[in-house]
Design a protein around this ligand. Structure first.
Ligand SMILES: Nc1nc2c(ncn2[C@@H]2O[C@H](COP(=O)(O)OP(=O)(O)O)[C@@H](O)[C@H]2O)c(=O)[nH]1
Ligand SMILES: [Mg+2]
Length: 267
């Protein structure tokens, strides 16, 4: 990476950097996954990354795929809807839930989306229980990955639309911004709030992020209703250097009525 400045672990910068925003506390534990919000069984039809396959779990940065040309990383508070979003983009039920298996939760989970192109599922913020665990996770793997991985083209941060910009989201943003890489925010579970509230939150989050000093875009997203799938795919395909004709060919966002999923998110 060209940026040579030393970035500090967000757990160290947090206390000073954060009081400017009020935020809900990050959740500490992962809830059981509700498979009901997995994507429908029509892969390749309304899903922009239908060839996605789980590739490997990486515990040390040097074990990351050497053939990678470009990759997009996904991060977010536990339970924000990250696994559901990856599954929805791929159109594969339970694909990303593999990262909940013990031993994989703290590591980088690689999914191949196209030849030499990867999605990288990063640990949920709420996973590590103790501050030392968070620090270990950051210093050992996550920090170096986000700071030095040349192939990382952009970071997708998943935020529950009802609780966007949590303390950990700000820490991540403020830590990542100096790398100069792009950030795209998915305001997930958009179906949980009214249209009016969606518009309001979108505008508010955009305004809050305007001063960050790194290229950051924001959109609405719902795995349940498949809102924003094409928009997200366009951003990600741009980062990955894949041409985007999925939404034109498949009308990815135009098919919400095909999705028969049950909303069991009790939040
Ligand atoms: N209503 C609604 N619930 C969702 C959506 N996406 C995820 N969920 C639910 O939110 C919970 C957490 O989702 P999951 O993808 O496992 O979150 P992760 O911990 O960030 O990977 C589960 O109960 C999902 O069913 C969505 O778009 N709409
Ligand atoms: Mg998950």
């Amino acid at each position: 990476m060209s940026n040579s400045q030393t970035l500090k672990s967000p757990v160290k910068i947090g206390a000073k950097a954060l009081p400017k925003k009020k935020a809900a506390p990050a959740k500490r534990s992962e809830k059981p996954v509700n498979p009901a919000v997995a994507p429908p069984k029509n892969p390749g039809h309304s899903h922009p990354f239908p060839r996605t396959e789980f590739l490997t779990t990486v515990a040390r940065l040097r074990d990351a795929p050497g053939d990678a040309v470009a990759e997009v990383a996904f991060v977010g508070r536990s339970n924000a809807g990250k696994s559901s979003a990856i599954n929805t983009l791929a159109g594969k039920t339970r694909l990303a839930y593999v990262s909940k298996t013990p031993g994989r939760t703290q590591h980088l989970n690689y999914f191949s989306v196209a030849p030499d192109r990867y999605f990288v599922d990063l640990p949920g913020y709420g996973f590590a229980k103790a501050p030392e665990d968070v620090r270990k996770q950051w210093d050992g793997l996550l920090g170096p990955y986000l700071q030095t991985r040349e192939q990382l083209k952009g970071l997708v941060i998943i935020m529950d639309i009802r609780r966007p910009l949590t303390e950990m989201d700000w820490q991540m943003l403020e830590w990542f911004a100096p790398t100069g890489r792009a950030v795209h925010v998915l305001l997930s579970k958009a179906d949980k709030v009214s249209r009016q509230e969606q518009t309001k939150m979108l505008r508010q989050v955009k305004a809050d992020l305007a001063d960050l000093g790194c290229p950051v875009s924001v959109q609405l997203f719902s795995s349940l209703k498949r809102t924003g799938v094409a928009e997200a795919a366009t951003v990600m395909k741009g980062w990955l250097g894949l041409c985007d004709n999925s939404s034109k060919e498949t009308g990815a966002d135009a098919l919400p009525e095909e999705v028969s999923v049950e909303d069991k998110d009790a939040d």
